[in-house]
Design a protein around this ligand. Structure first.
Ligand code: F3S
Length: 755
């Protein structure tokens, strides 16, 4: 049911041949990432060496996973491709659309009531097209994938940026937009720029309060949110092999926060233990047969500087527990004195109101067991927890087993809310306030991966700090941001001073995993008679109509917004309450760029309509331009579109009539998504030209009729006073991507080729 051992054996059967060929062609020993990439080429056996960071390469991924929010648009697109079945094993996971409010039982019931139309749609499309379906409550996509589908040496793509989590089991797993997933579902190659390689050598051993989470929090500090862009991060060294498989998953998971294409670890005993514990001894046996191909060649790890583009070394024995945040995951602070000083200097609220444990990042059995060892001490030592606890188990299998073993019971004794096995607070689905916009300034600590403003609870004043589950538990008990569990005492209910001992836990459940109903529905063998219906008056779902090509002559385009500073996919297409419209393009387009800061007035969702001179919301202004038949341009800063893989952030502007997005630099997935939707994603050849753009500007694309790979384009920018600037913009479109642009979208091209 859960995985296809024959497919895995087939991957392994090809591996030796392909890796050996790649070694010969490149004339050097290979990293693990290279072995996986070269053994998954669309054309089979490698016959040329690729240049990292430059060559676009066609790959053949082994699997696809989609979560409910992104699956809606992906499947709506796939339905347009004219295929009877998905070409590659695919699963859909219902985890994003479940609110966290009162606890699992009530919240799940509520989600099933309010989102049944969407869940039913996903279930019936899955049934029709041969896709495995994981029901609401079955778990968070990446935990379920790690437990059931990930395998060492495999390649998968997923319509969620934390697909990278599967690197914990030695995969190259990459988050993509729905449009990319649709290509692969339709039997086409998946294209990726051959990534650069960053090696992270882990020496020493984790101990005491330090957890795998601290490794990635440290890496985020070193590399920042941009440092991994375009690269695969490969972890190795004694520190790597001494860590659990799910701990490796945590590290790979948050590789998304440094912009990395993905992260991975070589196959080792921790992975074998995890495979066997999750009922996949046949995968472990098969992997053991090809072990040497599932890790880098020895010479690579002996002299990493020669084989990676960048090498970082971290001594785990010297690493201490960290708190990253607020508002960005790369702002790292050591617990204790450093946090005390920083919090005071920055006026971060010292009192912590919630400790949240879970999300796809840290919701394994090991995570819950280690955090519960801290929670148990609160009970044993007579401590009253100062902050509230919220727990999201990663899967029904983890929840059932943790419940059986008394782990959840410990948290329940502390009045913790056990939320559904779903994303909940991690994606703004936390009904914490009735009026989040006007909610008070406060601090929370969580074991999630993202902590952008409003991400958890919609409150811009919530200061969210990211930490390991065990540190999150300790800080929730103490209720203070400046608490250092290694040195600080707490006062218990008897007025006595007590300290928390170091966390303990189990890598894997001593009595094995157990689950009664895992929430999986296998599709029909032949789904041709399954009827998928979408009501015309639905506000949640809307069948798609193809985009018209933008053409080779764009003149008179108006500036819609010049975005200032960070502009993530959350700013472009906000999550939270808008998640409900993920399957309805016109409705969700009403959130387009409402979180982006207008560079001219530093306000959000307040831009000038050049036709009236009035200021209005971004979507309303854009709809006015569309009505007048005027195309528009969006200007952005660095790493525009960082964050998630949602193609809505490209489809919405496209649907509303934005023709081009011109920025200082792009996040990879978003840039590809713009290309897929047949838009222009361009970068300033001279970054300083960003400053030339004024509020009343009009854009004339001078040489779009000569659109060609590696040839910059020229744009005439006409200012309100009639003066003009000629600017050069670069692009990364290859021939195939230019064909998408010319057809109006990649999907239009697929359809044409299928016709
Ligand atoms: Fe869900 Fe948050 Fe992970 S939204 S998939 S738990 S990053």
């Amino acid at each position: 049911m859960a995985f296809d051992i024959d497919m895995i054996k087939n991957v392994y059967a090809n591996m030796a041949d392909r890796v050996d060929a790649a070694r010969e062609i490149t004339g050097k020993p290979l990293t693990l990432a290279e072995k996986i990439l070269y053994s998954h080429l669309w054309d089979g056996k490698p016959n040329k060496a690729f240049t990292r960071g430059k060559d676009y390469v066609d790959f053949a991924p082994d699997r696809i996973a989609c979560q409910d929010a992104t699956a809606q648009m992906a499947l709506l697109q796939f339905m347009q491709a004219g295929k009877a079945k998905v070409a590659v094993p695919t699963t859909v996971h219902c985890d994003h659309l479940i609110q966290a409010k009162e606890g699992a039982a009530k919240d799940l019931k509520h989600a099933n009531n309010t989102s049944s139309e969407v869940f039913n749609f996903l279930e019936s499309v899955s049934n029709k097209y041969g896709i495995g379906f994981w029901k609401p409550g079955a778990g968070i996509i990446h935990q379920v994938v790690l437990e059931n589908y990930a395998f060492p040496g495999g390649m998968m793509i997923g319509t969620d940026s934390h697909t990278v989590n599967a690197g914990g089991l030695g995969m190259v797993a990459i988050g993509v937009g729905g449009a990319d997933a649709v290509d692969v579902m339709a039997g086409m190659a998946w294209e990726l720029k051959f990534p650069k390689l960053i090696g992270v050598k882990l020496t020493g051993k984790l101990s005491g309060w330090t957890a795998p989470k601290d490794v990635i929090l440290k890496v985020a500090e070193i590399l920042t949110v941009k440092g991994g862009t375009g690269a695969i991060v490969e972890y190795f060294g004694p520190g790597a092999t001494s860590m659990s498989c799910t701990g490796k998953g945590t590290i790979c998971n948050m590789g998304a926060e440094i912009g990395a294409t993905t992260s991975t670890f070589g196959y080792d005993e921790s992975m074998e233990r995890y495979l066997r514990a999750t009922d996949r001894s046949d995968v472990a046996d098969a992997a053991n047969e090809v072990k040497e191909y599932l890790t880098a060649d020895a010479e690579v790890y002996a002299n990493p500087e020669q084989y990676f583009d960048q090498v970082i070394e971290i001594n785990l024995s010297e690493l201490g527990p960290l708190l990253n945040g607020p508002f960005t995951p790369d702002l790292s602070t050591a617990v204790g004195k450093e946090m005390t000083e920083k919090a005071k200097a920055n006026d971060w609220p010292m009192q912590v109101e919630w400790g949240l444990i879970g999300s796809c990042t840290n919701s394994s059995y090991e995570d819950l067991s280690r955090a519960s060892s801290i929670a148990q001490q609160a009970l044993d030592k007579g401590l009253k927890t100062k902050a509230e606890f919220g727990i999201n188990p990663g899967s029904e299998q983890v929840r059932y087993t943790a419940d059986r073993d008394g782990i959840l019971g410990i948290f329940e004794k502390l009045d913790a809310k056990i939320f559904t096995n779903a994303c909940g607070p991690c994606i703004g689905q936390w009904a914490r306030y009735s009026d989040p916009k006007n909610a008070p300034k406060n601090s929370i600590v969580h074991s999630f991966n993202r902590n952008f403003a409003k991400r958890a609870d919609g409150n811009p004043n919530t200061h969210a700090f990211v930490a390991s589950p065990e540190l999150t538990a300790a800080i929730a008990i103490a209720g203070r941001l400046d608490f250092n569990p290694m040195t600080d005492k707490l006062i218990n209910e008897n007025g006595e001073e007590v300290m928390l001992d170091e966390p303990t836990g189990w890598e894997l459940p001593p009595k094995g995993f157990e689950v009664k109903e895992n929430g999986y529905l296998a599709p029909k063998e032949d789904g041709s008679d399954v009827v998928v219906t979408v009501n015309d008056d639905s506000e949640r779902l809307q069948l798609l109509t193809p985009f018209e090509p933008l053409g080779d002559s764009i003149t008179g385009a108006k500036l819609l917004i010049k975005a200032f500073g960070k502009c993530t996919t959350d700013h472009i297409s906000m999550a939270g309450p808008w998640l409900r419209f993920r399957g309805h393009l016109d409705n969700i387009a009403n959130n387009t760029l409402i979180g982006a800061v207008n560079a001219f007035n530093k306000k959000t969702n307040f831009v000038k309509n050049q036709l009236t001179g009035e200021y209005d919301a971004v979507p309303a202004t854009q709809r006015a331009y569309k009505k007048a038949g005027i195309k528009t341009v969006v200007i952005g800063d660095h790493n525009y579109g960082e964050g998630s893989s949602r193609e809505h952030a490209a489809m919405q502007p496209r649907h509303l009539g934005v023709a081009a997005v011109i920025v200082k630099s792009f996040a990879r997935i978003h840039e590809t998504n713009l290309k897929k939707q047949g838009m222009l994603g361009l970068t300033f050849a001279n970054e300083a030209d960003y400053d030339l753009i004024q509020e009343d500007d009009t854009f004339n694309f001078v040489d779009l009729n000569e659109f060609a790979p590696e040839k910059p384009l020229t744009i005439e920018v006409v200012h309100a006073d009639g003066s003009k600037d000629m600017i050069k913009v670069n692009h990364t479109y290859n021939e195939a991507q230019i064909a998408w642009y010319k057809e109006g979208s990649a999907l239009n091209l697929i359809k044409k080729q299928n016709a």
